[in-house]
Structure formats: C-alpha cells, structure tokens
Design a protein around this ligand. Structure first.
Ligand SMILES: Cc1ncc(COP(=O)(O)O)c(C=O)c1O
Length: 441
C-alpha cells in the first residue's frame, strides 16, 4: 500500500468537498486518515494500520464495529427494502423497548440525528408552552440547530460577565433573534442560574441541559442543580429538556436515572441507531400530543423522509437489546477502571492533568483540578497544544480518541484495551511533560 494514499485521497477530496471533508470531526493536519474497515473495537486504515477505537464514531457505536447480530439484522432488512411511505412494526417494537426502559418516556418520536432530535424537542416545548425562548448552559454542545448551538464556542473575548453570560453566535450570519431567544446560564451554579432565569420568567419555554456535558467538562450535573432547574420550570410553566444524545449510554434509562426529578422531554441519538443515523425525542404524553396529526388544529406539524426507516429501527433495536443491564454494568465498571488507572498514571508522571467523566466515558484535561464548568474547562493555547500533541502520539501508537481528549468505551473492549491505553498515555504524558515544562507539577 502506498504510504501517501491518504494524502492523495485528500488532494482529490479538496477539489470537491469544502476543506476536503464532509464533517469537521475527521479533519486532521496534514490530512485526514482514510479508513479501510472496522471490527469490534479495532479500526484498520487504508495503510493497514490497526488502532483501538476509543472514538467510536463520536460515541455512537456502543458495540464497536460490525457487531454480528446487528449486521445480520441489517442485511435481512436491506433485502426487504430500506424505506417505505408506510408504517412499520419495527418502529413500534423499538418505541416499546425504549418507553419500557425509561420512566419519563411516555411517547417517543424517531428522527435522523441528534441535532434533529434536539431541534424537534425545542419546537415541541415551544408549541406546548406557547413561549419562544429557551435557556441553555454555556459551552454545551447540542448539535447545529441555530438556537441549540448558541454560546457553544464562547471564548474569553466574547463570553462576558459570568453573572450574565452573553449569547454568543457560533456561525457568522446567525440571526440576532436566535441570540435574543436563547438565555445562557452557567453550569452547576444554582444561584447564578436562577438569577438569570428569573429575568425571563414570562418567555422561557424550557431549559435545555445535557446532564454530563462533554464540552462543559464531562462533569455530572449536581442533583441540587437539576432539582433547582426542575423546580424553577414548575414554578414558571416551562419544561425541563434533557439532551441525552451521548449520556443515554450511562444506564439503561440514561443519566436521568440518577436524579430525583424527571425531565419533561429528552432527546437521544447516537448509540440507539446501532451504527445508523438516528435521533429520537420522548417524554410526557400531554406535551408530545402537540405532534399528533389527528388533532385539530395540529400545533406542530413534523415529518422526516427517513425518520424511523426500518434499517435504522432494526439496527437500533438489535443493538439496544444487546445493551442489557449486565452489559451496561460491565461497561461502566470498565469506565471506572480506566478513570482510576489514568488518574493514577497522571500522579505518577507528575503532570498538571486530570480525568473526568462517568459511566463508559471519560475526558483527559491538562488542568491540575477537574473543571467545574465551561470557563474552567476552556483550554488555553498551551493546554490545546498539549492535548493535540498527546492525541497525535496516541494515534501514532495505535489509539484513536475524540479530539477534545475524550474517549467512549464499547462493549467489545476489556481490561486488555484499557491497560494498553494506560501504557500509551503514560509514555505520551511523559513526553508532553518534557515538551511543555509549564505543565510539570
Ligand atoms: C450532546 C449532544 N447533543 C446533540 C448532538 C448532535 O447529534 P448529531 O451529530 O447526531 O446531530 C451531539 C453530537 O455530538 C451531542 O454530543
């Protein structure tokens, strides 16, 4: 195999794809790496290099690649047809499984991505409450809907006073109305958040929160914070909206199982598609009724050409049946093992770093202390460069991670893969310490 094959493909790609890529996630300097195939928790690139996959297509492959039962189910469905202008029994079966697992899911609707799920959830909240604004946590990533992405990339130059964070646009040309209709609150700070919410009592349709937001630092939301948001939403005729597109993997009923209160609506996606594009939003029957086409007037008309297509449904259903309680427990224990081992190695190497996360996910930060919110988790130039250096080192030594320094475990993994990861992180951190002396403890 020509060693420059990826470089050659990238040259071709640049002629037809902006920046040579279809999604920024895989962009890498000097060029992306092109894949040959994946099996279980391993991926082989077109040069024949095999790596352990801790990225799992951005947390979407809970069983890794080409899981045999999922693959078989997909093949059988593909032979029967992939999409119809008719309903399927599969969508009912999958809806039943998810609604049985999660107490807050009374009704569910399937869509095609996490972005679409969050967008439709917000529109449902607006249609139900007849109010237009939403509140969201500074720095949280919820996909690319104009409203959901506000302040996702806020920086020290733009984020303003922490008591009153600015609503910062991600993309040039974002309508001012979108910015005005999104209220930004700090994470896990009850007093500051309530103070801000109280200024918008009359107009807030809902509060959107990812309970272990990846970009905010991958720190679980405190029960006090969730309780306070829930109570505020009860007192002010607003809805509590959970984004569990990633965190759904942390238990059979998602991260919400850990709290005393239930969200009114939840968006999910990623792993529930069994490797196929998916999203869904679910929650209270009375709220979801705004989508019911038999109602007149219909408050929220909602469709999608490929929503609940049978290939995604059968892949997701098969994958979620395999994701049973013993499997969740085993995977979460592996997550605990990884966090303990990595924390230990950080101490031994003597570098300003830490590990956050929960369940089967973790994130490495070049911070002496675990960040408590987005402004803490925000990386300065040194920390950004150190993260890049470490991730490149790991990539060159057989490990793929997400470019924030995060990792998502999959069920084919065991201690062998974690031990290898820890070994490589140890040598990588030792090099980082030499390259970036300011990070020495
Ligand atoms: C918490 C969260 N919400 C929403 C999304 C958007 O999902 P998708 O990429 O499927 O549109 C993501 C994707 O990373 C996510 O992490």
């Amino acid at each position: 195999m020509d060693l420059n094959r990826s470089a050659q493909l990238f040259e071709r790609a640049q002629a037809v794809l902006p920046g040579g890529v279809s999604r920024n996630t895989i962009f890498k300097s000097p060029h992306p790496t092109y894949v040959s195939h994946g099996k279980g928790c391993y991926v082989t690139d077109i040069n024949g290099v095999k790596r352990i996959d801790f990225a799992n297509n951005m947390a979407s492959l809970i069983h890794g690649h080409a899981q045999p039962n999922v693959t078989q189910a997909i093949i059988e469905q593909v032979q029967k047809g992939t999409a119809f202008t008719l309903a399927t029994e599969l969508e009912i079966e999958f809806a039943e499984l998810l609604c049985q697992r999660v107490p807050s899911f009374e009704k569910i609707r399937f869509v095609n991505s996490g972005t679409e799920a969050v967008m439709a959830m917000i529109k449902t909240a607006r249609a139900f409450t007849q109010k237009s604004k939403i509140a969201k946590v500074e720095g949280a990533y919820h996909g690319s809907y104009d409203y959901a992405e506000v302040s996702q990339t806020a920086s020290p130059a733009t984020w303003g006073d922490e008591h009153q964070p600015h609503s910062v646009a991600v993309a040039r040309g974002t309508p001012d109305n979108a910015l005005n209709d999104v209220i930004v609150i700090p994470y896990n700070d009850v007093d500051k958040a309530l103070h801000i919410l109280n200024q918008h009592k009359e107009t807030l349709a809902g509060i959107l929160i990812d309970p272990i937001s990846h970009r905010v630092g991958m720190i679980p939301a405190t029960p006090e914070f969730i309780d306070a948001l829930y109570q505020w939403s009860r007192d002010n005729q607003a809805l509590l909206l959970f984004d569990e597109v990633i965190t759904f993997r942390t238990s059979l009923a998602g991260a919400q199982a850990k709290y005393n209160v239930k969200p009114d609506l939840t968006a999910i996606g990623k792993m529930i598609g069994g490797g196929f594009p998916v999203g869904a939003f679910a929650g209270r029957s009375d709220v979801m009724q705004v989508l019911d086409p038999s109602q007149s007037p219909l408050l929220l008309p909602h469709s999608g050409t490929f929503s609940a297509n049978p290939v995604t449904m059968v892949a997701g259903l098969t994958a979620m049946r395999l994701f049973d309680q013993p499997t969740v427990d085993k995977l979460n224990q592996l997550g605990d093992f990884a966090r303990v081992q990595l924390t230990d190695t950080i101490k031994k190497v003597g570098i300003k770093a830490c590990v956050t996360g929960a369940g089967s996910m973790f994130r490495l930060h070049f911070k002496a202390q675990a960040p408590q919110h987005y402004r803490h988790a925000y990386t300065n130039t040194l920390q950004t460069q150190a993260t890049k250096y470490l991730l490149n080192y790991l990539f060159d030594n057989g490990i793929m991670m997400i470019n924030t320094g995060s990792a998502m475990l999959s069920t084919p993994m065991g201690k062998k893969e974690i031990n290898y990861l820890v070994e490589q992180v140890t040598s990588g951190l030792t090099l980082v310490k030499d390259q970036f002396p300011a990070l020495k403890v």
